[in-house]
Design a protein around this ligand. Structure first.
Ligand code: FE2
Length: 138
């Protein structure tokens, strides 16, 4: 068989294996996140946070390798249009969380939900700045 063809097949095989691993890492994250709330013990909580942040890093690395195989024209690139979609998502989250805060009966829950909505507000600012940076890069 032509060696270039064989090389392409190897790359495709690698890509599909990475894709499976990418999905597996996401499943692991979802599982750790779901048990995080059931854990009171500080050490266990801290271990779970380590697993989560490692998993996030692994997903980033794997995505980067996959994007390299796909070529420079990766679908998930940083664009003004993509950022504006994210800004809308963050705005919707902020508003939904505020509505939840209003519905919460105990003040502690309301304060917690409001603090998340403040974070979302911060995310919106970051994304707006990112959008300016992407705009000025062109
Ligand atoms: Fe956010």
């Amino acid at each position: 068989m032509d060696s270039r063809l064989r090389q392409m097949e190897r790359k495709q095989k690698l890509y599909s294996l990475l894709k499976v691993q990418h999905e597996a890492e996401i499943q692991e994250l979802m599982h750790y996140m779901s048990i995080l709330t059931t854990v009171e013990n500080n050490l266990v909580h801290s271990y779970l946070h380590t697993l989560l942040s490692d998993g996030l890093r692994h997903i980033e690395y794997i995505s980067r390798i996959m994007a390299g195989i796909e070529g420079a024209t990766g679908s998930a690139s940083l664009t003004k249009k993509g950022i504006s979609v994210s800004i809308n998502d963050e705005k919707e989250s902020r508003d939904a969380l505020l509505r939840c805060a209003e519905m919460a009966d105990d003040p502690e829950t309301a304060a917690l939900l409001k603090s998340i909505s403040v974070d979302e507000e911060h995310h919106i600012r970051i994304l707006e700045h990112l959008s300016e940076l992407v705009g000025s890069a062109k």
